[in-house]
Design a protein. Structure first.
Length: 94
């Protein structure tokens, strides 16, 4: 991957404007609201990552594509495995 830069993901108890997630493109950082269910967390992470990775997409395109991606990954068994602050998402066989 040429020119890949890590995007930091932080989990916060509250976000401004009652948002589920926020993307800070210049900082390459996203914030996700703590306490969301597993699917909603996956969907929100994908949504906010797309704001940074594809800044040219409008909100409707991001909303539709992030939910579609989240549903496909969920149906393949992707789940968050640990809660030690690293928030790894890995494939879990059913």
């Amino acid at each position: 991957m040429a020119n890949y830069k890590k995007i930091k993901i932080e989990f916060k108890p509250r976000l401004k404007d009652a948002a589920l997630g926020l993307a800070y493109k210049d900082e390459r950082r996203i914030e996700i609201k703590k306490g969301l269910d597993e699917f909603e967390t996956l969907d929100t992470i994908i949504h906010e990552l797309q704001h940074i990775i594809h800044p040219f997409l409008d909100e409707l395109a991001i909303e539709c594509s992030s939910t579609m991606l989240a549903e496909h990954l969920w149906n393949l068994g992707y789940r968050k495995l640990n809660t030690n602050g690293k928030n790894n998402i890995k494939n879990k066989k059913r």
